[in-house]
Design a protein around this ligand. Structure first.
Ligand SMILES: Nc1nc2c(c(=O)[nH]1)N[C@H]1C(S)=C(S)[C@@H](COP(=O)(O)OP(=O)(O)OC[C@H]3O[C@@H](n4cnc5c(N)ncnc54)[C@H](O)[C@@H]3O)O[C@H]1N2
Ligand code: MOO
Length: 409
Protein backbone atom coordinates (compact mmCIF):
# COMPACT_ATOMS: atom_id res chain seq x y z
CA UNK A 1 0.00 0.00 0.00
CA UNK A 2 1.35 3.47 -0.88
CA UNK A 3 0.18 6.77 0.57
CA UNK A 4 -2.06 9.27 -1.20
CA UNK A 5 0.87 11.72 -1.26
CA UNK A 6 3.23 9.14 -2.79
CA UNK A 7 0.82 8.43 -5.63
CA UNK A 8 0.13 12.14 -6.24
CA UNK A 9 3.86 12.98 -6.16
CA UNK A 10 4.57 10.26 -8.70
CA UNK A 11 1.91 11.71 -10.98
CA UNK A 12 3.04 15.31 -10.56
CA UNK A 13 6.67 14.46 -11.23
CA UNK A 14 5.63 12.84 -14.52
CA UNK A 15 3.55 15.69 -15.95
CA UNK A 16 4.81 18.98 -17.41
CA UNK A 17 3.16 22.17 -18.67
CA UNK A 18 2.11 21.74 -22.31
CA UNK A 19 3.99 23.47 -25.12
CA UNK A 20 2.78 27.06 -25.65
CA UNK A 21 0.65 27.92 -28.64
CA UNK A 22 -0.82 31.07 -30.14
CA UNK A 23 -4.57 31.53 -29.74
CA UNK A 24 -7.14 34.19 -30.67
CA UNK A 25 -7.63 36.42 -27.64
CA UNK A 26 -11.36 35.75 -27.71
CA UNK A 27 -10.67 32.05 -27.18
CA UNK A 28 -8.16 32.52 -24.36
CA UNK A 29 -10.41 32.50 -21.28
CA UNK A 30 -8.85 30.58 -18.39
CA UNK A 31 -5.55 29.88 -20.14
CA UNK A 32 -2.16 30.88 -18.75
CA UNK A 33 -0.02 33.37 -20.68
CA UNK A 34 3.27 31.87 -21.84
CA UNK A 35 4.61 35.30 -22.91
CA UNK A 36 3.97 38.78 -21.60
CA UNK A 37 1.64 40.95 -23.69
CA UNK A 38 2.76 44.30 -25.12
CA UNK A 39 0.15 46.82 -26.25
CA UNK A 40 0.25 47.67 -29.95
CA UNK A 41 -1.66 50.96 -29.80
CA UNK A 42 -2.06 53.85 -27.40
CA UNK A 43 -5.06 53.77 -25.06
CA UNK A 44 -6.90 56.01 -25.61
CA UNK A 45 -5.79 56.01 -29.22
CA UNK A 46 -6.77 59.66 -29.62
CA UNK A 47 -7.81 62.45 -27.28
CA UNK A 48 -11.57 62.15 -26.85
CA UNK A 49 -14.58 63.22 -24.85
CA UNK A 50 -15.54 61.50 -21.60
CA UNK A 51 -19.09 62.94 -21.71
CA UNK A 52 -21.92 63.72 -24.05
CA UNK A 53 -21.83 67.52 -24.27
CA UNK A 54 -19.97 70.37 -25.96
CA UNK A 55 -16.28 70.58 -26.85
CA UNK A 56 -15.10 74.08 -25.90
CA UNK A 57 -12.11 76.31 -25.26
CA UNK A 58 -12.16 76.64 -21.46
CA UNK A 59 -10.91 80.23 -21.66
CA UNK A 60 -14.13 81.22 -23.52
CA UNK A 61 -16.20 80.28 -20.47
CA UNK A 62 -14.36 81.87 -17.53
CA UNK A 63 -17.37 84.12 -16.88
CA UNK A 64 -20.03 81.44 -17.34
CA UNK A 65 -22.17 80.72 -14.27
CA UNK A 66 -25.61 79.41 -13.39
CA UNK A 67 -27.15 82.89 -13.45
CA UNK A 68 -25.02 84.23 -16.31
CA UNK A 69 -24.72 81.59 -19.05
CA UNK A 70 -22.38 82.18 -21.97
CA UNK A 71 -23.82 81.64 -25.47
CA UNK A 72 -21.61 79.88 -28.05
CA UNK A 73 -22.45 79.03 -31.66
CA UNK A 74 -22.42 75.26 -32.34
CA UNK A 75 -20.29 74.36 -35.41
CA UNK A 76 -21.86 70.89 -35.73
CA UNK A 77 -21.95 67.40 -34.28
CA UNK A 78 -19.04 65.01 -33.60
CA UNK A 79 -20.50 61.56 -32.86
CA UNK A 80 -18.33 58.61 -31.70
CA UNK A 81 -16.82 57.01 -34.78
CA UNK A 82 -16.50 60.32 -36.70
CA UNK A 83 -13.16 60.00 -38.48
CA UNK A 84 -13.16 63.48 -40.12
CA UNK A 85 -10.70 65.99 -38.62
CA UNK A 86 -12.43 69.00 -37.03
CA UNK A 87 -11.10 72.37 -35.80
CA UNK A 88 -12.54 74.49 -33.06
CA UNK A 89 -12.12 78.27 -33.41
CA UNK A 90 -12.19 80.24 -30.15
CA UNK A 91 -15.65 81.60 -29.39
CA UNK A 92 -17.51 78.57 -30.75
CA UNK A 93 -18.09 74.94 -29.81
CA UNK A 94 -18.96 71.48 -31.22
CA UNK A 95 -21.66 69.22 -29.88
CA UNK A 96 -19.74 66.03 -29.04
CA UNK A 97 -20.57 62.51 -27.82
CA UNK A 98 -18.73 60.23 -25.36
CA UNK A 99 -15.77 58.59 -27.08
CA UNK A 100 -15.70 61.01 -30.05
CA UNK A 101 -12.37 62.63 -30.99
CA UNK A 102 -11.91 66.09 -29.53
CA UNK A 103 -11.69 68.75 -32.28
CA UNK A 104 -8.29 70.43 -32.60
CA UNK A 105 -8.22 73.54 -30.45
CA UNK A 106 -10.74 72.31 -27.85
CA UNK A 107 -9.43 71.73 -24.33
CA UNK A 108 -12.56 70.83 -22.33
CA UNK A 109 -15.99 69.27 -22.59
CA UNK A 110 -19.09 70.64 -20.86
CA UNK A 111 -21.67 67.89 -20.13
CA UNK A 112 -25.02 68.48 -21.84
CA UNK A 113 -26.76 68.67 -18.44
CA UNK A 114 -24.91 71.95 -17.72
CA UNK A 115 -26.27 73.61 -20.89
CA UNK A 116 -29.63 74.22 -22.55
CA UNK A 117 -28.80 71.39 -24.98
CA UNK A 118 -29.45 73.37 -28.18
CA UNK A 119 -27.79 72.52 -31.48
CA UNK A 120 -27.47 75.94 -33.20
CA UNK A 121 -26.32 78.11 -30.34
CA UNK A 122 -25.92 76.75 -26.84
CA UNK A 123 -26.15 78.47 -23.45
CA UNK A 124 -23.45 77.10 -21.10
CA UNK A 125 -23.89 77.61 -17.36
CA UNK A 126 -20.49 76.44 -16.01
CA UNK A 127 -16.85 77.38 -16.35
CA UNK A 128 -14.88 74.15 -16.94
CA UNK A 129 -11.23 73.67 -16.06
CA UNK A 130 -8.95 73.02 -19.02
CA UNK A 131 -8.93 69.23 -19.46
CA UNK A 132 -12.37 68.74 -17.92
CA UNK A 133 -14.10 65.59 -19.28
CA UNK A 134 -11.21 65.05 -21.71
CA UNK A 135 -9.47 61.65 -22.04
CA UNK A 136 -5.95 62.21 -23.33
CA UNK A 137 -4.22 60.03 -25.91
CA UNK A 138 -2.03 57.36 -24.25
CA UNK A 139 -2.99 58.33 -20.67
CA UNK A 140 -4.03 54.74 -19.91
CA UNK A 141 -1.54 52.60 -21.85
CA UNK A 142 1.14 53.69 -24.34
CA UNK A 143 1.92 51.58 -27.42
CA UNK A 144 4.83 49.32 -26.42
CA UNK A 145 3.83 49.17 -22.74
CA UNK A 146 3.68 45.70 -21.19
CA UNK A 147 0.03 45.23 -20.25
CA UNK A 148 0.12 41.64 -18.91
CA UNK A 149 2.88 39.51 -17.43
CA UNK A 150 3.68 35.96 -18.48
CA UNK A 151 1.98 33.52 -16.10
CA UNK A 152 -1.25 35.48 -15.77
CA UNK A 153 -4.34 33.31 -16.13
CA UNK A 154 -6.53 35.09 -18.63
CA UNK A 155 -9.87 36.24 -17.26
CA UNK A 156 -12.37 38.67 -18.79
CA UNK A 157 -10.57 41.77 -17.52
CA UNK A 158 -7.30 40.56 -19.08
CA UNK A 159 -9.02 39.77 -22.36
CA UNK A 160 -10.32 43.36 -22.38
CA UNK A 161 -6.89 45.02 -22.20
CA UNK A 162 -5.47 42.71 -24.90
CA UNK A 163 -8.29 43.44 -27.33
CA UNK A 164 -8.30 47.19 -26.60
CA UNK A 165 -4.53 47.35 -27.09
CA UNK A 166 -4.81 45.72 -30.50
CA UNK A 167 -3.47 42.30 -29.49
CA UNK A 168 -5.46 39.80 -31.58
CA UNK A 169 -3.66 36.66 -30.45
CA UNK A 170 -1.72 35.64 -27.36
CA UNK A 171 0.82 32.92 -26.56
CA UNK A 172 -0.70 30.62 -23.97
CA UNK A 173 -0.34 27.18 -22.49
CA UNK A 174 -3.28 25.39 -24.09
CA UNK A 175 -6.05 23.61 -22.20
CA UNK A 176 -5.12 19.90 -21.92
CA UNK A 177 -7.10 17.75 -24.36
CA UNK A 178 -8.42 14.75 -22.48
CA UNK A 179 -10.08 11.50 -23.55
CA UNK A 180 -12.25 9.51 -21.15
CA UNK A 181 -12.58 5.74 -21.58
CA UNK A 182 -15.06 3.72 -19.57
CA UNK A 183 -14.84 -0.05 -19.28
CA UNK A 184 -17.24 -2.70 -18.10
CA UNK A 185 -19.64 -4.92 -20.07
CA UNK A 186 -22.48 -4.04 -17.70
CA UNK A 187 -22.56 -0.46 -19.00
CA UNK A 188 -25.02 0.97 -21.50
CA UNK A 189 -25.34 4.63 -22.49
CA UNK A 190 -27.90 6.69 -20.58
CA UNK A 191 -31.10 6.75 -22.63
CA UNK A 192 -30.84 3.04 -23.43
CA UNK A 193 -33.39 0.75 -21.66
CA UNK A 194 -31.68 -1.47 -19.10
CA UNK A 195 -31.69 -5.27 -19.17
CA UNK A 196 -31.26 -7.11 -15.89
CA UNK A 197 -27.61 -6.81 -14.85
CA UNK A 198 -26.99 -3.67 -16.88
CA UNK A 199 -26.43 -0.15 -15.54
CA UNK A 200 -26.13 3.25 -17.16
CA UNK A 201 -22.62 4.46 -17.78
CA UNK A 202 -22.53 7.42 -15.39
CA UNK A 203 -18.76 7.70 -15.04
CA UNK A 204 -18.38 8.67 -18.71
CA UNK A 205 -20.55 11.80 -18.47
CA UNK A 206 -19.34 12.50 -14.92
CA UNK A 207 -15.64 12.38 -15.81
CA UNK A 208 -16.20 14.39 -19.00
CA UNK A 209 -17.90 17.06 -16.88
CA UNK A 210 -15.09 16.90 -14.31
CA UNK A 211 -12.53 17.42 -17.10
CA UNK A 212 -14.39 20.52 -18.25
CA UNK A 213 -14.85 21.79 -14.68
CA UNK A 214 -11.05 21.64 -14.34
CA UNK A 215 -10.68 23.95 -17.35
CA UNK A 216 -9.50 21.18 -19.68
CA UNK A 217 -11.14 20.02 -22.91
CA UNK A 218 -12.84 16.65 -23.10
CA UNK A 219 -12.28 15.59 -26.70
CA UNK A 220 -13.97 12.20 -26.54
CA UNK A 221 -15.76 9.81 -24.23
CA UNK A 222 -15.39 6.20 -25.32
CA UNK A 223 -16.64 2.96 -23.95
CA UNK A 224 -14.54 -0.12 -24.60
CA UNK A 225 -16.12 -3.48 -23.88
CA UNK A 226 -14.52 -6.91 -23.63
CA UNK A 227 -16.10 -7.99 -26.89
CA UNK A 228 -15.27 -4.88 -28.94
CA UNK A 229 -13.23 -5.36 -32.12
CA UNK A 230 -10.56 -2.89 -31.08
CA UNK A 231 -8.82 -3.88 -27.86
CA UNK A 232 -8.42 -1.40 -25.03
CA UNK A 233 -4.63 -1.37 -25.59
CA UNK A 234 -5.16 -0.50 -29.25
CA UNK A 235 -7.70 2.22 -28.43
CA UNK A 236 -5.29 3.76 -25.90
CA UNK A 237 -2.41 3.59 -28.39
CA UNK A 238 -4.52 5.24 -31.10
CA UNK A 239 -5.87 8.11 -29.01
CA UNK A 240 -2.54 8.70 -27.23
CA UNK A 241 -1.39 10.18 -30.55
CA UNK A 242 -4.14 12.82 -30.41
CA UNK A 243 -4.70 13.84 -26.80
CA UNK A 244 -2.71 15.19 -23.85
CA UNK A 245 -4.16 12.88 -21.18
CA UNK A 246 -6.32 9.76 -20.92
CA UNK A 247 -8.62 8.94 -18.03
CA UNK A 248 -10.01 5.42 -17.76
CA UNK A 249 -12.65 4.16 -15.37
CA UNK A 250 -13.01 0.65 -13.95
CA UNK A 251 -11.24 -2.60 -14.58
CA UNK A 252 -8.33 -2.17 -12.19
CA UNK A 253 -9.10 -4.12 -9.01
CA UNK A 254 -8.67 -7.75 -8.07
CA UNK A 255 -11.28 -9.63 -10.10
CA UNK A 256 -11.10 -11.87 -13.12
CA UNK A 257 -12.31 -9.31 -15.67
CA UNK A 258 -10.08 -6.28 -15.24
CA UNK A 259 -9.54 -4.95 -18.77
CA UNK A 260 -7.46 -1.89 -17.91
CA UNK A 261 -5.07 -3.83 -15.73
CA UNK A 262 -4.85 -6.61 -18.31
CA UNK A 263 -4.21 -4.17 -21.18
CA UNK A 264 -1.02 -3.02 -19.50
CA UNK A 265 -0.03 -6.20 -17.69
CA UNK A 266 3.66 -6.86 -17.85
CA UNK A 267 4.43 -3.80 -19.99
CA UNK A 268 5.21 -1.55 -17.05
CA UNK A 269 3.90 1.57 -18.85
CA UNK A 270 1.09 1.83 -16.33
CA UNK A 271 1.76 0.96 -12.72
CA UNK A 272 -1.10 -0.26 -10.54
CA UNK A 273 -1.05 0.40 -6.82
CA UNK A 274 -3.15 0.14 -3.73
CA UNK A 275 -3.36 3.62 -2.24
CA UNK A 276 -4.12 4.07 1.45
CA UNK A 277 -7.28 6.06 0.94
CA UNK A 278 -11.01 5.47 0.99
CA UNK A 279 -12.58 5.57 -1.47
CA UNK A 280 -10.06 5.20 -4.28
CA UNK A 281 -7.86 2.35 -3.10
CA UNK A 282 -7.04 0.84 -6.50
CA UNK A 283 -5.21 3.30 -8.77
CA UNK A 284 -3.14 3.11 -11.91
CA UNK A 285 -0.91 5.71 -13.51
CA UNK A 286 1.64 5.76 -16.28
CA UNK A 287 2.71 7.48 -19.46
CA UNK A 288 1.71 5.81 -22.71
CA UNK A 289 2.37 6.19 -26.44
CA UNK A 290 5.24 7.87 -28.23
CA UNK A 291 4.30 11.31 -26.90
CA UNK A 292 4.40 10.11 -23.27
CA UNK A 293 0.75 10.87 -22.57
CA UNK A 294 -0.28 10.49 -18.92
CA UNK A 295 -2.90 7.80 -18.35
CA UNK A 296 -4.93 7.86 -15.16
CA UNK A 297 -6.59 4.50 -14.48
CA UNK A 298 -9.31 5.32 -11.97
CA UNK A 299 -11.48 2.86 -10.09
CA UNK A 300 -14.93 2.15 -11.48
CA UNK A 301 -17.07 2.74 -8.42
CA UNK A 302 -18.57 6.14 -9.23
CA UNK A 303 -17.70 7.88 -5.97
CA UNK A 304 -14.20 6.40 -6.04
CA UNK A 305 -13.81 7.61 -9.61
CA UNK A 306 -14.77 11.21 -8.85
CA UNK A 307 -12.75 11.35 -5.63
CA UNK A 308 -9.71 9.97 -7.49
CA UNK A 309 -10.23 12.54 -10.24
CA UNK A 310 -10.28 15.37 -7.71
CA UNK A 311 -7.29 14.11 -5.73
CA UNK A 312 -5.00 12.97 -8.58
CA UNK A 313 -6.21 14.13 -11.99
CA UNK A 314 -7.14 17.74 -11.22
CA UNK A 315 -3.69 18.66 -9.83
CA UNK A 316 -2.08 17.05 -12.90
CA UNK A 317 -4.36 18.87 -15.34
CA UNK A 318 -3.67 22.16 -13.58
CA UNK A 319 0.07 21.57 -13.84
CA UNK A 320 -0.22 20.69 -17.53
CA UNK A 321 -2.14 23.94 -18.05
CA UNK A 322 0.61 25.93 -16.30
CA UNK A 323 -1.65 26.73 -13.37
CA UNK A 324 -0.38 26.90 -9.82
CA UNK A 325 -2.49 24.02 -8.63
CA UNK A 326 -3.50 25.85 -5.49
CA UNK A 327 -6.93 24.60 -4.51
CA UNK A 328 -9.51 26.27 -2.38
CA UNK A 329 -9.29 24.44 0.89
CA UNK A 330 -10.94 25.44 4.15
CA UNK A 331 -10.85 24.09 7.67
CA UNK A 332 -14.31 23.33 8.94
CA UNK A 333 -15.85 22.09 12.17
CA UNK A 334 -17.86 18.85 12.07
CA UNK A 335 -21.42 19.45 13.32
CA UNK A 336 -21.99 15.71 13.30
CA UNK A 337 -19.30 13.07 13.73
CA UNK A 338 -18.52 10.03 11.58
CA UNK A 339 -16.22 7.03 11.53
CA UNK A 340 -13.11 6.76 9.36
CA UNK A 341 -11.20 3.61 8.37
CA UNK A 342 -7.91 2.98 10.18
CA UNK A 343 -4.71 3.36 8.18
CA UNK A 344 -6.35 5.08 5.17
CA UNK A 345 -7.00 8.73 4.39
CA UNK A 346 -10.75 9.06 4.21
CA UNK A 347 -12.08 11.38 1.54
CA UNK A 348 -15.54 11.85 3.01
CA UNK A 349 -18.37 13.42 1.05
CA UNK A 350 -19.65 16.32 3.10
CA UNK A 351 -21.95 19.30 2.99
CA UNK A 352 -19.93 22.44 3.67
CA UNK A 353 -21.78 25.51 4.85
CA UNK A 354 -21.08 28.78 6.59
CA UNK A 355 -22.67 29.26 9.99
CA UNK A 356 -22.27 31.61 12.94
CA UNK A 357 -19.14 29.74 14.02
CA UNK A 358 -17.52 29.84 10.57
CA UNK A 359 -17.20 26.86 8.21
CA UNK A 360 -19.05 23.72 9.27
CA UNK A 361 -19.46 20.28 7.68
CA UNK A 362 -21.69 17.29 8.07
CA UNK A 363 -21.42 13.97 6.25
CA UNK A 364 -23.64 13.76 3.19
CA UNK A 365 -25.62 10.54 3.39
CA UNK A 366 -24.15 7.08 2.96
CA UNK A 367 -20.42 6.94 2.38
CA UNK A 368 -20.28 3.81 0.21
CA UNK A 369 -18.33 4.02 -3.05
CA UNK A 370 -21.51 3.45 -5.05
CA UNK A 371 -23.72 5.97 -3.19
CA UNK A 372 -24.53 8.55 -5.85
CA UNK A 373 -27.51 10.11 -4.08
CA UNK A 374 -25.28 11.12 -1.16
CA UNK A 375 -22.61 12.36 -3.56
CA UNK A 376 -25.12 14.54 -5.39
CA UNK A 377 -26.09 16.48 -2.26
CA UNK A 378 -22.46 16.92 -1.15
CA UNK A 379 -20.51 19.98 -2.21
CA UNK A 380 -17.13 19.12 -0.72
CA UNK A 381 -14.71 16.43 0.36
CA UNK A 382 -13.25 16.24 3.86
CA UNK A 383 -9.76 14.75 4.09
CA UNK A 384 -9.48 12.76 7.28
CA UNK A 385 -5.88 11.70 8.10
CA UNK A 386 -5.06 7.97 8.06
CA UNK A 387 -4.48 7.81 11.82
CA UNK A 388 -7.94 9.21 12.68
CA UNK A 389 -10.62 6.54 13.16
CA UNK A 390 -13.41 8.81 14.27
CA UNK A 391 -14.21 12.42 13.50
CA UNK A 392 -15.94 13.73 16.62
CA UNK A 393 -18.55 16.44 16.74
CA UNK A 394 -16.63 19.73 16.95
CA UNK A 395 -13.46 18.32 15.40
CA UNK A 396 -11.87 20.41 12.67
CA UNK A 397 -11.24 18.80 9.26
CA UNK A 398 -9.61 19.95 6.02
CA UNK A 399 -12.17 20.36 3.27
CA UNK A 400 -11.81 20.67 -0.53
CA UNK A 401 -14.61 21.64 -2.85
CA UNK A 402 -15.92 19.04 -5.28
CA UNK A 403 -14.92 19.74 -8.91
CA UNK A 404 -16.72 22.84 -10.16
CA UNK A 405 -18.29 23.69 -6.77
CA UNK A 406 -18.13 27.22 -5.41
CA UNK A 407 -17.72 28.26 -1.78
CA UNK A 408 -21.21 28.51 -0.27
CA UNK A 409 -22.25 31.90 1.13
N1 LIG B 1 -11.74 -8.70 -4.16
C1 LIG B 1 -11.68 -7.37 -4.22
N2 LIG B 1 -12.68 -6.73 -4.82
C2 LIG B 1 -12.65 -5.38 -4.88
C3 LIG B 1 -11.57 -4.68 -4.30
C4 LIG B 1 -10.52 -5.39 -3.71
O1 LIG B 1 -9.55 -4.83 -3.21
N3 LIG B 1 -10.62 -6.76 -3.72
N4 LIG B 1 -11.60 -3.31 -4.33
C5 LIG B 1 -12.91 -2.70 -4.38
C6 LIG B 1 -12.76 -1.30 -4.58
S1 LIG B 1 -12.23 -0.43 -3.23
C7 LIG B 1 -13.12 -0.68 -5.70
S2 LIG B 1 -13.09 1.02 -5.80
C8 LIG B 1 -13.56 -1.40 -6.87
C9 LIG B 1 -12.77 -0.94 -8.08
O2 LIG B 1 -13.01 -1.79 -9.11
P1 LIG B 1 -12.64 -1.51 -10.59
O3 LIG B 1 -11.89 -0.26 -10.71
O4 LIG B 1 -12.02 -2.70 -11.15
O5 LIG B 1 -14.04 -1.19 -11.23
P2 LIG B 1 -15.13 -2.20 -11.81
O6 LIG B 1 -14.98 -3.51 -11.15
O7 LIG B 1 -15.11 -2.11 -13.26
O8 LIG B 1 -16.45 -1.48 -11.27
C10 LIG B 1 -16.68 -1.29 -9.93
C11 LIG B 1 -18.13 -0.89 -9.73
O9 LIG B 1 -18.36 0.35 -10.40
C12 LIG B 1 -19.37 0.21 -11.39
N5 LIG B 1 -18.96 0.98 -12.57
C13 LIG B 1 -17.87 0.77 -13.32
N6 LIG B 1 -17.82 1.62 -14.33
C14 LIG B 1 -18.89 2.41 -14.23
C15 LIG B 1 -19.40 3.48 -15.01
N7 LIG B 1 -18.74 3.91 -16.10
N8 LIG B 1 -20.55 4.07 -14.63
C16 LIG B 1 -21.21 3.63 -13.53
N9 LIG B 1 -20.77 2.63 -12.74
C17 LIG B 1 -19.64 2.01 -13.09
C18 LIG B 1 -19.40 -1.24 -11.70
O10 LIG B 1 -20.63 -1.65 -12.24
C19 LIG B 1 -19.11 -1.85 -10.34
O11 LIG B 1 -20.27 -1.88 -9.55
O12 LIG B 1 -13.37 -2.77 -6.73
C20 LIG B 1 -13.79 -3.30 -5.45
N10 LIG B 1 -13.66 -4.72 -5.49
O1 MOO C 1 -11.57 2.37 -2.80
MO1 MOO C 1 -12.95 1.75 -3.41
O2 MOO C 1 -12.58 3.17 -4.16
O3 MOO C 1 -13.26 1.98 -1.69
O4 MOO C 1 -14.60 1.91 -3.31
Amino acid sequence: MISLEQHRDRILSAVRPLAPTSIAVGESLGLVLAESVVGLVDLPGFTNSAMDGYAVVAADLVDAAEDSPVQLPVLGDIPAGDIEPHDLAAGSCWRIMTGAPLPAGADAVVPVEQTDGRTDEVAIRVSPHPGAAVRNVGEDVAAGDRVLESGVRLLPHHVAVCAAAGVASVDVIPAPRVAVITTGDELVPVGTPLLHGQIHDSNGPMLAAAVRAAGATCVEVLHVGDRDDESLADVVHRIAAEVDAIVTSGGISAGAYEPVKEAFAGGGAVQFDKVAMQPGKPQGFGVVGERGVPLFALPGNPVSSLVSFEVFVVPALLRMAGRSGDRISVRAKAVRGWRSPPGRVQVARVVLSHGDEGWVVSPSGGQGSHILGGLAVANALALVPAEVVEVGQGDVVEVHLLPGEELPS
